[in-house]
Design a binder for this molecule. Structure first.
Ligand code: ANZ
Ligand code: ZN
Length: 808
């Protein structure tokens, strides 16, 4: 069979008959199946795209055959750095390369033969999309959820742009691995922290991988503790520390302030000025991750100032040290070296006092630093004898009376930095007027179009700031000349709401129609890479909640159920990379075997959420399997129309219903490899029956079910087989086969015969046959009889339905 021609034929037919068109009128039976949309940076679909889209399509097809109205859109996350960097390198404009890549990828996605309904496509770089991205920015701004402030930000000196905290990995830019530096810049932020608690609590009810939920929990990093106020000796100034261990306040022997904290400059004694200043410069170079590490060599400098511990009036030295971060808590810490590892290492190094205030509750060994919470307070005056938990509460309660402390919850989560000093993104729809300050672009003037003719050679300035035609604008408030905001939005803003726009992509009056979106959403199944755990997936949740609070949505969570696909490695077991030369290109295999074999191999060759190494042999085996099904269909189709009971009926019915039961469950839970294995077993069972005495009607019915089930993996091929079987178009308008539990009760048992522990034969018997009959049958087996020749039987053990063991 010319697979390629056959596949093209069916793609055309599906297209012409609108087979995969979504029917809004059936929204009651909807299932929203979504894959993370792709970034058109390479011109071609890579293996990861096929693995994600091809197999999620198998799930979508199962649901369709089960009678759901599946909504399965596709589109492109088209703004972003790679296209711009590519343009800088090659001179090809990002708009041109992006649209070219999208066209190629669209064609390849069509060749995949997936159930996408292209009427709902979105491309985030087009004005009809980013108009609404800008509108969302304005809505957040109106709500006080978008704001501009000067802040120390992560700056990548190579990409020449700021990065969100989430885009910094081990102190380096996640794109180019250049060490990130911190700069003080005025930037736009989204107030995601306002939703910290809800983002945390909402996780409990989501059908998401536990690991991803726990990554989000850690990223949000809710920490319950207290704040304690310290007065600065010889001044009327004070400062506050955040602590999760207020119980250890009597053990505080010094305090530490983050070197970049403004207080450091204010309190440093003249004699210490020079040293402190040098230390601050050095500290600015270390990354946050490094600074928090417990194993890194601790450094710091004494400021010359002292603070008063409010619980006992003791005078403690104030140090500046970079293991305290300016951006967490208050940027100030009460150091308790006896009970905290970092404080302990620091105190040892600088010879600061270490005072134990907690002892192990059960009297077990408790060397310092003793960091366990299972302890009893000592050396703590009136608090002695309390547990850690009791002490934490009592100390804060006491301080509250004198206004020197209080309970406090802190989050690791920071507001989301959304402005980028780059070209290829949605312009920020704000105007800066000397008289009126920040002014919103009026909704009627949206979109603020991204001009094409822009010099985007990187020099640290926003490329748009160099385009006078873009920058100059009339202030909508006072009518005087003003300037546009020259920054563009982080591409994660575009991808935080695309699943909403899919529902209503052609709407030019609104971003979406709320009544409709509230019916079609939330997304029922979302599939994509685990690397998005803390960025995209958190941002999208935040958008959904903020939009709900503005009345545009009525649901709380965008993605009810989430699956992460695994990673397919090269045949050498390493991550595919150009430098290793182990990249598997799908095209080569698709040209040789067709899309169906390729997809079925991806289904069969890997545990979906784990992935694993690519196997060239594996795809050949799947190809042989598909050919085997083709021959089977030919044989079965030629059978007479006859319905007569036959010896193999029980086995055929068992194989058929065992496959239906398991394939249904397995495809539903993305266990595609086991599902294909069950189909292979059913195929074998049908071949076996054809070599035996069989019932043509039963074989035909089972083969029909086999082809329907196989259609979720090999859609074109199965449609072709369906036609060959003389059935009406289309196989995808059939119902998924139902299974009959009764067929799964085995009425025959396979019994193994052993002589002195060695297997000598196998035979089948009606299940439940009496022991004597089983024994007699065992002794009649040819190889058994031979093994027993000239020997005396000492014992025969029968294990019902399984085994006869003969001891000689
Ligand atoms: C005193 C203390 C004693 C602490 C003790 C711990 C153990 P989480 O759980 O992550 O919130 N801390 C507070 N602000 C900090 C900052 N900006 N940079 C670095 N460390 C900071 O951690 C809270 C604990 O981390 C706080 O409790 C504080 O040290 C430290 F035996 O206070 B603790
Ligand atoms: Zn103005």
């Amino acid at each position: 069979m010319d697979r390629k021609a056959m596949e093209t034929k069916w793609q055309k037919r599906w297209e012409e008959t609108g087979l995969y068109k979504f029917h809004p009128e059936n929204v009651d039976k909807k299932l929203y199946c979504l894959e993370m949309f792709s970034y058109p940076s390479g011109a071609k679909l890579h293996l990861g795209h096929w693995y994600n889209y091809g197999l999620t399509d198998s799930w979508a097809r199962l649901k369709r055959l089960q009678g759901y109205e599946v909504f399965h859109p596709m589109g492109f996350d088209a703004f972003g750095l790679p296209a711009e960097n590519y343009a800088i390198k090659t001179g090809i404009h990002p708009m041109d390369s992006t649209l070219q890549n999208i066209a190629t990828m669209e064609q390849q996605l069509r060749d995949m033969g997936a159930t996408f309904d292209w009427d709902y496509e979105v491309k985030t770089c087009m004005p009809d999309y980013y108009k609404w991205t800008q509108w969302l920015f304005l809505k957040l701004y109106e709500k006080g959820l978008a704001y501009r402030k000067a802040a120390p930000v992560n700056w990548c000196p190579s990409c020449n742009t700021v990065l969100a905290n989430e885009q910094v990995q081990e102190g380096c830019c996640e794109r180019c691995q250049t060490p990130v530096v911190r700069k003080n810049l005025t930037q736009w932020f989204f107030k995601i922290t306002e939703y910290a608690d809800e983002l945390l609590e909402g996780l409990d009810d989501l059908d998401w991988p536990e690991k991803t939920k726990s990554m989000q929990r850690n990223w949000i990093g809710r920490s319950t503790g207290g704040e304690v106020k310290f007065k600065i000796e010889g001044s009327d100034k004070d400062f506050t520390v955040f602590t999760t261990r207020a119980d250890t306040l009597h053990g505080c022997t010094y305090v530490v302030i983050a070197p970049e904290h403004p207080l450091v400059e204010e309190i440093t004694a003249p004699a210490q000025k020079e040293g402190v200043e040098a230390y601050r410069v050095a500290a600015a170079r270390a990354s946050e991750i490094d600074r928090l590490s417990t194993t890194r060599e601790k450094t710091g400098v004494f400021t010359g100032a002292y603070a008063i511990n409010p619980i006992n009036g003791e005078r403690v030295p104030i140090w500046a040290a970079d293991y305290v971060l300016a951006t967490y808590g208050t940027g100030c810490v009460m150091a308790v070296p006896a009970h905290d590892e970092r404080d302990y290492a620091f105190a040892k190094k600088y010879d600061l006092p270490i005072r134990r205030v907690v002892k192990a509750a059960g009297g077990e060994p408790d060397e310092l630093p003793f960091t366990s919470y299972d302890g009893i307070l000592v050396n703590s005056g009136e608090f002695d004898g309390m547990t850690v938990t009791e002490g934490k509460k009592a100390v804060i309660e006491k301080l509250m009376k004198t206004d020197e402390g209080g309970f406090k919850v802190n989050y690791r989560l920071r507001d989301w930095l959304v402005s980028r000093q780059r070209y290829w993104g949605a312009p920020i729809p704000m105007i800066h007027c000397e008289h009126c300050g920040e002014v919103m672009v009026p909704e009627k003037d949206l979109p603020v179009e991204l001009p094409y003719d822009v010099d985007f050679t990187p020099d640290g300035r926003s490329p748009l700031s160099k385009h006078e035609g873009f920058m100059n604008v009339t202030c909508p408030k006072c009518g005087r000349p003003a300037r546009r905001d020259p920054d563009t939005l982080d591409t994660f803003v575009c991808s935080s709401w695309y699943y909403l726009r899919y529902a209503d992509p052609k709407n030019d009056k609104q971003a979406w129609d709320p009544a409709w979106v509230n019916k079609l959403l939330p997304v029922d199944k979302y599939v994509g890479g685990a690397e998005h755990a803390c960025m995209h997936l958190l941002y999208a949740r935040f958008f959904t909640k903020a939009l709900r609070d503005m009345g545009y949505l009525s649901f709380d969570e965008p993605f009810k159920s989430l699956v992460h696909q695994g990673t397919i490695l090269g045949p050498d077991g390493n991550k595919m990379s150009k430098s290793k030369g182990n990249v598997v290109s799908p095209d080569e295999f698709i040209n040789q075997y067709g899309s169906d074999v390729f997809r079925t191999y991806l289904a069969f060759g890997f545990a979906y959420t784990e992935g694993g190494p690519w196997s060239p042999e594996g795809i050949k085996a799947v190809n042989r399997y598909i050919e085997r099904v083709e021959r089977l269909v030919e044989r079965v189709t030629a059978l007479p129309d006859e319905d007569r009971a036959a010896k193999s009926d029980g086995n055929v019915r068992y194989a058929q219903h065992y496959a239906i039961k398991n394939v249904t469950q397995d495809v539903d839970k993305f266990s595609f490899n086991t599902a294909v294995a069950r189909l292979m077993e059913l195929t074998n069972a049908l071949y076996k029956a054809l070599d035996d005495e069989y019932n043509p009607a039963l074989i035909k019915a089972a083969a029909r079910d086999l082809v329907i089930m196989l259609s979720v993996f090999a859609p074109h091929f199965s449609e072709e087989m369906w036609e060959k079987m003389g059935k009406p178009y289309s196989i995808f308008n059939q119902s998924w086969p139902a299974f009959d539990e009764k067929a799964l009760i085995r009425n025959e048992a396979e019994i193994v015969v052993q002589v002195n522990g060695k297997v000598r034969g196998k035979f089948t018997m009606p299940a439940g046959a009496p022991d004597e009959e089983i024994e007699a049958a065992a002794l009649k087996e040819e190889r058994v009889a031979r093994a027993l020749e000239g020997k005396t039987i000492r014992k025969i053990i029968v294990v019902k339905g399984k085994l006869v063991n003969i001891v000689v």
